[in-house]
Design a protein around this ligand. Sequence first.
Ligand code: ATP
Ligand code: MG
Length: 317
Amino acid sequence: MTDRMPPQVTLLLVGAGLAALGATYWHFYWRKEVCYGSWTSLNKTGLKCDLKNKLFGQHIVAKVILKAVTGFMNNKNPKKPLVLSLHGWTGTGKNYVSQLIAENIYQKGMKSNFVHLFTATTHFPHEAHIDKYKTQLVEWIRGNVSICPRSMFIFDEMDKMHPELMDSIKPYLDFYDNLNGVSYRQAIFIFLSNTGGEKIVEVALDFWRDGREREEIQLKDIEMALSLSVFNNKSSGFWHTSLIDKNLVDFFVPFLPLEYKHVIQCGLAEMARKGHVKNKKVVVKMARDLNYFPKEEKRIFSVQGCKVISSRLDFYI
Ligand SMILES: Nc1ncnc2c1ncn2[C@@H]1O[C@H](COP(=O)(O)OP(=O)(O)OP(=O)(O)O)[C@@H](O)[C@H]1O
Ligand SMILES: [Mg+2]
C-alpha cells in the first residue's frame, strides 16, 4: 500500500470539490434576492391581468394603477419617486392592490426585503415617542434606499399617522437629485387611508340614484367631490393637505364601495384560494348574511367590503 493517491482519484476529488463550489455559488447567486434584473422589474402583463381578473369593481383603480406603475417603471430617469395615495371605504382592496403591485415588481412580492409595510397604529402607536419614530423611520428609509434604490414603502392607516411623522418623510418624496448622497428617485411610496371614503360613496350613490352605470364614474367626478375641504378637515385628512400643496402625490386613487355582486365575486375567488371547488350557493348564502348600506335605500354597498369574507366563508363551507 502506498500513501499517495493515484492521480485519477486526486483529479476526481478536485473535480467534485469544484463542482460543489460551483453549485453553491450558483445556488446563492440565483436564490439570494438582489436589487436588479428580474428580482425587481415590472411584469406589465402580469399586473394588467391581475388588475383585470383579481380585482373586482374598481375600474378607476385598475386604470390609474396600471398607467402610474408602468409609466414610472419604464422611465429610466424619473425626476422623483412614485407617490400613490390610495383612498376609500374599508375592505375595498387598498392593501390588496398594494400587494398586487409588489407581486408584479418583486419576485418575492410582499416578502421581498425591498418592500416595507408600516401600519400607523402598530409601528407608531405612542404620540409621546414621536421623535424616536421620526429618527427611526428616516434612518430606515435612507438605509434601505441606499441598499436598493428600487425600494417600496407602504404606509397603512395614514389617517392615523402623526402629521409630524408625515412631515419627516416629505423630503424623500420630492424632486431632489439626492439627499446626503442617496437618490430616492427609483423608490415607490404608497399611502393607504379611509380619508375621503364617505365622499367617494356619495358619488357612487349619486350615480346609482341617477340610474347611471357604476363604470361611468370617472376619476374627475370623484376629484371634484373631494374638494380640499375634505382634506383640510383635521380629523380626516390633515396629513394629505401638505402633500397636495407641494404636489408630492403623483396619483390619487379612489376605491369605490363594493356591491353585493362584487362580494359574490370575492367569495368565489376566496373559495378557490382555499382549495375548494367554487360553489355559488354557498357564497350567496354568506353574502346575504352580510350588512349593506344605506339602510333607508336599497342597501347597495357592503359595509365591510370584501374584508371579512375569508373568515366568514369558513362557517358556510
Ligand atoms: N376590490 C376587490 N377585489 C377583490 N378582492 C378584494 C377587493 N377588495 C377587497 N378584497 C379582498 O378582501 C381582502 C381585504 O381587503 P383589503 O385589506 O385590501 O381592504 P382595505 O381597502 O385595505 O380595507 P381597510 O380600509 O379596512 O384597511 C383582500 O385581501 C381581498 O382578498
Ligand atoms: Mg387596509
